[in-house]
Design a protein around this ligand. Sequence first.
Ligand code: NAI
Ligand code: NAD
Ligand code: ISE
Length: 338
Amino acid sequence: MTLKIGVIGTGAIGQDHIRRLTNTLTGAEVVAVNDINLDETKAFVAREKLGAKVYDNGQELIRASDVDALVVTSWGPSHAEFVLGSIAAGKPVFCEKPLATTAKDARSIVDAEIRHGRKLVQVGFMRRYDAGYRMLKAALQAGTIGEALMVHCAHRNPSVPDTYTGDMALTDSFVHEIDVLRWLLDDDYVTAQVVNGRDTRRAEGGLRDPHFVLLETRKGIRIDVEIYVNCQYGYDIQCQVVGETGIANLPEPMSLLLRKDASLSQAILTDWKQRFIASYDVELQEWINSTRDGEVHGPTSWDGYFASVTADACVEAKRTRAIVPISIDDTPAFYARR
Ligand code: NAI
Ligand code: NAD
Ligand code: ISE
């Protein structure tokens, strides 16, 4: 059976996901699309020669009888409304990160899903599907470097658009580290601290940039993450785990090592779309397959809620300059890790 998908939000990643669902992956067909920017959606559907029907209302698209499952790739603040709509319709939904822009909204999704009684939500934390992060996790599980003690990370974007404002470094970018490190270390966070240094002159509209975040886990592991979203030189994701008997680094993306013009050089990517291109494919193919089999298995709405609680704690830590506790209920049995 082909999974008939409705996509809400046809911006940067929405268009990318529609292309991969249509041209790269198997078992799915995009039959419906919606975006508040209707003209651009219609132009995109025509440009790509898609057979999808354009809806002028997201909730109407969710309820459409020929839509089996939803992909939500609209602006973050609109995610909660569409995920809740999908749960109310009893339809599986893949929602791009963040699940919601406040912990309160994320919690309402968790509660609605539990009331519904079956897992319907998967959150777009695609780094869990990245071959490099999977190698790191396998090494930790095999005890290759003993127990993890500290983790040093960097999340660098060359620049960000005007729509990137306020605390999005924490709620929109850092949220990837929040999820992937929790998965990597099989641990939860207990405190957060945020430090701002000297701001780059490239940061506009009152943005603070860069940030340092310090997290402490239940097991006592210390994590530091630099988030620098106007670094200019490239899109660069670093992760180094310091263990008792060695150090493991996230592999660099493959690229030619050049000896030329009296230089030894290696290109650095500049676009997040390229850096995790393979992970998005694996993530969405697994989502299609598990949805067709009856239950989604990827990052859950509980993972999305945990990420929102942690991001909210980081925003408070930034504002107060204090070490902020991260407290959350135990994982409900409904979301027990497989
Ligand atoms: P974008 O701004 O290019 O696209 C968002 C689209 O959503 C726009 O076309 C906008 O018109 C539409 N939209 C906003 N509110 C809507 C609503 N209420 N109903 C229907 N359409 C609505 O943004 P981008 O970069 O594509 O990001 C979209 C989402 O994907 C965000 O949640 C972002 O955090 C996430 N994302 C995830 C990435 C990843 O690596 N997993 C990478 C980039 C974005
Ligand atoms: P974007 O701004 O390019 O696209 C967002 C789209 O949503 C726009 O087309 C906008 O018109 C539409 N939109 C906004 N509100 C809407 C609404 N209420 N109803 C329908 N459409 C609406 O943004 P983007 O870069 O594509 O990001 C979209 C989402 O994807 C964000 O949540 C972002 O965090 C996430 N994202 C994830 C990754 C990742 O690596 N997983 C990368 C980029 C973006
Ligand atoms: C964007 O929304 C993403 O999700 C990218 O993966 C991230 O690196 C970037 O900082 C976000 O704005």
